[in-house]
Design a protein around this ligand. Structure first.
Ligand code: ATP
Ligand code: MG
Ligand code: MG
Ligand code: MG
Length: 472
């Protein structure tokens, strides 16, 4: 019988509990005491205090299923089989305790043992850093066939200064039938841009300190940090075409079909993207609001606002023109109840917040979309390739269209956006505001934000780490 996502999550945690790890609760998405991070974006982002030695953990072995948000993947959602804005990262961590040998052997045991994941070893591929001959040797000894190990220069985790080291990524071969590129495409290998070899797990061997002078110093206490995407392994277990055809997303898609009353999932690839985006964003905003964030024009709030408005626009594409996203909250709660019972408890509150934001946007949406369509027609008729900065700014300022949303809509129509013109309009407005409110705080916030959320958020947590290897 097919395992449920709840069972798979628990199996991972149980496996590492058996190997002496403490099971840690999923930390809130809003980073605690960490002003450098917008969102928790990985398991290790919650472990900084242990990795930099400022706090010594009770147990040097920990495991968790960490809810994570990655804004850099927003535009991948629905377009790749494997990316979400909110996902769970299963992980096991060693704080100066076990290292490469245990990390690799346990990974292989969990993945292939008949008592655990029982995946077919023939379908698993490993990538290693070419100079990391240790890792390769250990994988071979664990039972991986030589022709299933790829050397890849990219397998070195380094942010310029601080902890760094080689890593190994594990890929599941979903078969050529699932691929989006030809068998002989140069990208068709584990780690390439393709939909055949699905990256399910990244194991980082944090063994060096990258010093300011550019040299690498071996750490006295080495750490392990791993991340496995729950939705991706669930898709493997449930034999799904993408992460969405699993018990984590299908109930949301089914409900959206009902709300649409017009379209069905699986009939039109463009409509399917809308179904997927809505299911994805419903989860993300539900969890983010549950963890205390609120829609606004800055920082985290702007991300929530952008996700809600984006979902609403995809709702329109499915013929839904009333507030609807809030109706998915209880379904998110039911799907996630085993691990996150607090969502159902907070459902009323979360629904109210989402509904208010939807209503607000809906008031201007139709007029905004009409204006945008006009703008697109005019631009095309004039033989231009970019929407004017002034037009895009009006959509932003008067109709509440986040810049990125307009950009996306334009690119769906084969057009770009005059970014410089948009920035100029934004600057002019700031100038007006400055003049209007002398002595008031600078209005630079919005611009800072736009850069903030388009900056890849992966592992930025590390960039603030200082001393290393100070674990007692
Ligand atoms: P990809 O190359 O597929 O974008 P990644 O290399 O950026 O993944 P890591 O930073 O190594 O991902 O994160 C560890 C694991 O978390 C990945 O192996 C994957 O299983 C999962 N993961 C990462 N990003 C996402 C996402 N946006 N949605 C779902 N799962 C993700
Ligand atoms: Mg990525
Ligand atoms: Mg990758
Ligand atoms: Mg990776």
């Amino acid at each position: 019988k097919e395992l449920s996502s709840a069972q798979i999550r628990q199996m991972y945690l149980d496996f590492f509990a058996q190997k002496g790890h403490d099971i840690m609760k999923s930390a809130p998405l809003v980073p605690q005491d960490d002003p450098t991070l917008l969102w928790i974006n990985s398991g290790v982002a919650t472990m900084k205090k242990y990795f930099d030695g400022s706090v010594v953990p009770k147990n040097h072995r920990m495991t968790s299923s960490q809810k994570s948000i990655r804004t850099n993947d927003i535009e991948n959602v629905g377009r790749t089989a494997r990316h979400h804005t909110l996902f769970e990262m299963l992980g096991n961590f060693s704080i100066g305790d076990y290292f490469k040998k245990e990390a690799i052997n346990w990974a292989w045991e969990l993945l292939t043992s008949k008592d655990w994941f029982a995946l077919d070893p023939e379908k698993l591929y490993i990538t290693v850093y070419p100079k990391d001959t240790d890792a390769k040797k250990i994988w071979l000894e664990a039972g991986v066939k030589e022709d299933h190990i790829y050397e890849d220069e990219d397998n070195f985790w380094d942010i310029g200064e601080g902890p760094s080291g080689p890593d190994s990524e594990i890929f599941y071969d979903r078969g050529q039938a699932m691929n989006n590129v030809a068998e002989d495409d140069p990208q068709n290998y584990p780690g390439g841009e393709n939909e055949r070899y699905l990256e399910i797990w990244n194991i980082v061997f944090s063994q060096f300190n990258h010093k300011p002078d550019g040299t690498y110093e071996e750490l006295p206490h080495k750490n392990i940090d791993t991340g496995m995407g729950l939705e991706r392994v669930v898709s493997v277990f449930q034999n799904a075409k993408t992460n969405f055809e699993t018990d984590l997303f299908m109930p949301l898609i089914k409900e959206t079909e009902k709300l649409s009353g017009k379209y069905h999932y699986g009939q039109d690839p463009e409509k399917d993207i809308s179904f997927k985006v809505i299911a994805d964003h419903a989860r993300a905003v539900t969890f983010a609001i549950g963890d205390g964030a609120l829609p606004s024009n800055e920082g985290r709030g702007y991300v929530i606002r952008r996700l809600i408005r984006r979902a609403v626009m995809h709702g329109q594409k499915l013929g839904i023109d009333q507030a609807f996203l809030y109706k998915l909250v209880p379904i998110v709660g039911q799907i996630m109840e085993a691990a996150y019972p607090e969502i159902l408890e907070q459902a009323d509150y979360i629904q109210k917040v989402i509904r208010m934001e939807e209503d607000r946007f809906n008031e201007t949406l139709k007029d905004g979309v009409a204006l945008l369509d006009d703008l697109i027609d005019q631009t095309k008729a004039a033989g231009q390739t970019e929407l004017s900065g002034a037009g895009v700014f009006k959509l932003y300022d008067t109709y509440g269209f986040p810049y990125e949303l307009t950009l996306e809509y334009a690119s769906d129509n084969g057009l770009g956006v005059d970014k410089v013109g948009f920035d100029t309009e934004m600057e002019k407005q700031r100038e007006r505001a400055r003049n209007a409110r002398s002595g008031a705080k600078s209005m630079g916030v919005q611009n800072g934000l736009l850069t903030d959320i388009t900056t890849p958020s992966e592992y930025v947590g590390y960039s603030q780490l200082n001393a290393l290897g100070t674990v007692e």
